[in-house]
Design a protein around this ligand. Structure first.
Ligand code: ATP
Ligand code: MG
Length: 322
């Protein structure tokens, strides 16, 4: 008998794509004063875009549901995405492409201004999106997509449809988690299988405490909880009997920890998104939770040693400078 060839687990990433304009300055001026730009660069960014690019970099079949403007910036963004193996049938269009302007001081302090543009518009449940949601086993969402009521409603509709086909929803709460309407946040958490906060987002969700105490409280919100801890790596805990979309349950859940790789970080932009991609790629391959944590740390370590959150996946892009 010939062994059955299993189709690879497919993932849908839903959320923002932005262009990141970064300006190096000596120190941020007080209101009304002038300051010199020392150097500048522009890369592709947006939390969802970084994660989708990471997944496609790792060879995971990934559909990217995002909204790109029909402006000249949007055309460049689309061209960059088309140079990857991402499934772009789920891309939707709007007027202006979103962008972020970041000022980086010599102290490495960052001050960011964002224009979300059409990235804040609701998603349409197009036939292409519906079909990918029915086919995929994992859906990655970000708290950024829950800030605007109408967009949040469209994301929750998509997540509900996706869950009906038996898939698992992963949520990166994002630093905006406490700005989300509490009732929307509760519905979102009710649909979430895998929660992927960093330390401060974990605190926003369940209050202060040790990583261990926070993980226990997070598993009351979602069956699988992971806390990203910067240069300390990441830890995870699951509810008893939890099983991923691709592997069997772990019989006796206990807190797992995987240390970060000992690298010299130059820019942590996109580190959390890369962790999400590495973690979910390993989950899609059917690896155990400990291996998933290691895979998350491994991709994030490659991202923090280069400037720009997506440079590892798309080096040499030129978006010009605003
Ligand atoms: N200095 C570092 N050295 C090695 N790995 C790092 C370092 N900083 C971050 N990482 C890796 O990146 C992962 C995510 O980092 P962090 O906990 O800062 O997430 P985050 O705050 O969500 O990131 P982001 O700002 O990109 O959203 C960590 O779990 C770790 O694997
Ligand atoms: Mg993050």
């Amino acid at each position: 008998m010939t062994p059955e060839i299993e189709a690879p687990i497919a993932i849908v990433v839903m959320g923002d794509v932005m262009v990141d304009y970064q300006y190096d300055i000596a120190t941020f001026p007080i209101s009304g004063q002038d300051a010199a730009i020392l150097s500048a660069r522009a890369t592709l960014g947006g939390s969802a875009a970084n994660a989708a690019l990471g997944l496609s970099h790792l060879g995971v079949p990934t559909a990217f549901a995002t909204r790109v403007g029909t402006d000249s910036l949007g055309r460049k963004v689309l061209e960059a995405l088309q140079s990857t193996s991402l499934n772009l049938e789920t891309v939707q269009f709007g007027q202006q492409t979103g962008y972020t302007i970041t000022f980086i001081e010599a102290s490495s302090e960052r001050t960011m201004f964002s224009f979300r543009g059409c990235g804040a518009d609701p998603f349409d449940l197009t036939p292409a999106l519906e079909s990918e949601l029915r086919r995929a086993r994992l859906l990655l969402l970000s708290g950024y997509s829950l800030l605007q009521q109408e967009q949040a409603a469209s994301v929750l509709r998509a997540a509900t449809l996706f869950k009906q086909s038996g898939g698992q929803v992963a949520l990166d709460p994002s630093p905006m988690i406490n700005h989300i309407d509490p009732s929307l946040r509760a519905v979102m958490l009710g649909l979430t299988d895998i929660l992927l906060p960093n330390r401060s987002e974990a605190e926003a969700l369940v209050g202060p405490g040790s990583v261990e105490a926070q993980l226990h409280r997070l598993t009351e919100l979602a069956p699988c909880a992971v806390i990203k801890q910067g240069s300390q790596g990441a830890s995870a805990l699951t509810r008893p009997g939890w099983s991923s979309a691709s592997s069997e349950s772990q019989s006796a859940p206990s807190i797992l920890h995987a240390p970060a790789l000992p690298v010299k970080s130059v820019d942590t932009t996109g580190a959390g998104d890369a962790f999400n991609a590495g973690f979910l790629a390993a989950l899609a391959r059917g690896e155990n939770l400990s291996q998933c944590l290691q895979a998350g740390n491994a991709l994030a370590a490659q991202v923090v040693v280069v400037r720009g959150g997506s440079t590892l996946y798309l080096p040499g892009l030129d978006f010009g400078i605003l």
